[in-house]
Ligand binder design. Structure first.
Ligand code: SAM
Ligand code: SF4
Ligand code: F3S
Length: 446
């Protein structure tokens, strides 16, 4: 049996794609391995969102060159960087055997069969396929469920029709394509029959699911209709979704919070900047005031709502004053969690051409300032939970500490406690005893 090593870079969409890929490969008779050095095939599922993400995959490729020479390992590059660079990547790295774009993952096993099947079928030159698939209808990507796994990602749409001026994703992932609602529900029913209790719906702008394709019914967007249907599925305990665009967060969706009992009180709402001037230059299509109103409406529905966000510092033209506005607003909203990125120019995006690029030292300084503010707010939110008892869905063993396990409460806070293997996949009650900016520590009760 040929052994395949899969390494994933980037976001949850890529994680989910890799999971489906692993399951497909297994069903086609390939074995998966965690040991790259002993693998017959190495697949890198890559990310292009920032230069650093590409540099990581390219660095790994460099390290694999010797292995390729020694053992003849087949090297496949998949995902967003494969899509973005296509055969240009091959010119830089001739050791690559095949390059398949983001919409070609279901064909990886076919390509591999050509390397390992009939010797006459073995490709004599590297393959590059970064073509597009028009629809997601016929595509059903399997899951690779681990024993006791209780939480799963479900991609409900692909692509993005917006054009935020810093972002490469619309190019790497293509136009919006929406899965049929029944196909999503079938997938989730299957997951439930295997013991899954929590699903996270994924899409680049997940709250635009079905937009312009499926009807709005009784004022409810297709995304809200989907949430309603999930609420009524027996066995499903928790519903989450990622990522939302503030512009598409309608009243119908706000009204789901506090009303749909399975919908977790956590929203990831990318802000990017809180300077109206920069938001406009980014093409984000909302103002600071509109973002604030959205947060207030959500907090009216769920006072203890956990909020997380993405921010970019050093977008071209961002002045000290613009950054000051972002910092002020960041302090005011007091997010539970935030991913704070330094702007990375991506070739082929509008912002990369701007003459007003910000020096790296300035970006680094601004990032540090926001990270320090985040630490304070994360800690404040977590300290408020000390002394409370939280419902925790146990995910697995903690990285550090013998006998320690971790899980999440509805607000998506990571909670660590002493436990045992049988608890994985179960809901337990944990009394919170202490907090750090990143995690909560507690003891099982009851
Ligand atoms: N579609 C999602 C959205 O709109 O929020 C996620 C997009 S991207 C995968 C995740 C985050 O990466 C973005 O929210 C943004 O903060 C960041 N990002 C995207 N392009 C970037 C760039 N060129 N430089 C730095 N950060 C970037
Ligand atoms: Fe990128 Fe903007 Fe689309 Fe998100 S909404 S994927 S940031 S273009
Ligand atoms: Fe990266 Fe592609 Fe996700 S660019 S962030 S892996 S959609």
């Amino acid at each position: 049996m040929k052994r395949v090593f899969v390494r994933t870079y980037g976001c949850q969409t890529n994680e989910r794609d890799s999971e489906a890929l692993r399951a497909l490969l297994q069903s086609r008779g390939y074995a998966l391995t965690e040991d790259a050095s002993g693998a017959d095939v190495i697949l890198l599922n890559t990310c292009s969102v920032r230069e650093q993400a590409e540099a990581k995959a390219l660095g790994k490729l460099g390290l694999l060159r010797a292995q390729k020479r020694r053992r003849g390992t087949v090297l496949g590059i998949l995902g967003c960087m494969a899509q973005r660079l296509g055969s240009e990547l091959l010119r830089q790295r001739p050791e690559i055997d095949f390059i398949l774009g983001t919409e070609k993952l279901s064909q990886v096993a076919d390509y591999l069969d050509r390397y390992f099947g009939n010797p006459g079928d073995k490709p004599s030159t590297p393959l590059v396929d970064v073509g597009r698939e028009e629809s997601l209808s016929g595509q059903n990507f399997p899951h690779e469920l681990k024993p006791r796994q209780a939480s799963a990602f479900v991609s409900i749409m692909q692509g993005c029709n917006l054009r935020c001026r810093y972002c490469i994703v619309p190019q790497t992932r293509g136009r919006e394509r929406h899965r049929p609602m029944e196909a999503i529900l079938d997938e989730i029913r299957q997951l439930l029959s295997h013991g899954i209790q929590e699903v996270t719906l994924l899409g680049q702008i997940v709250n635009r699911y079905g937009y312009g394709v499926l009807p709005v019914i009784d004022g409810q967007s297709p995304f809200v209709q989907l949430l309603e249907k999930l609420q009524s599925l027996d066995g499903l305990q928790r519903i989450r979704f990622l990522s939302s665009h503030p512009k598409d967060f309608g009243h119908d969706l706000i009204a789901c919070f506090g009303r749909l009992s399975k919908l977790c009180p956590h929203v990831h709402l990318p802000l990017q900047s809180a300077s109206d001037r920069i938001l406009k230059a980014m093409g984000r299509l909302y103002t600071r005031e509109q973002f604030q109103q959205l947060v207030s409406r959500l907090q009216e529905k769920v006072p203890d709502l956990a909020l997380s966000t993405d921010l970019i510092v050093g977008f071209p033209g961002e002045s000290e004053e613009d950054f000051g506005e972002t910092l002020d607003f960041f302090e005011k909203i007091s997010f539970d969690m935030a991913f704070i990125f330094r702007y990375s120019p991506r070739s082929g995006t509008a912002a990369a051409l701007s003459p007003e690029q910000i020096p790296e030292e300035t970006k680094a300084k601004r990032q540090q300032i926001l990270l320090r503010a985040l630490e304070k707010h994360s800690l404040r939110h977590k300290r408020q939970l000390v002394g409370t008892t939280q419902s925790v869905l146990v995910e697995g063993r903690a990285h550090r500490g013998e006998g320690r396990f971790w899980g999440r409460n509805p607000g998506f806070h990571k909670i660590i406690f002493d436990g045992h293997e049988e608890l994985i996949g179960q809901f337990i009650s944990v009394r919170i005893e202490s907090a750090s900016p990143a995690v909560l520590l507690g003891k099982i009760v009851g």
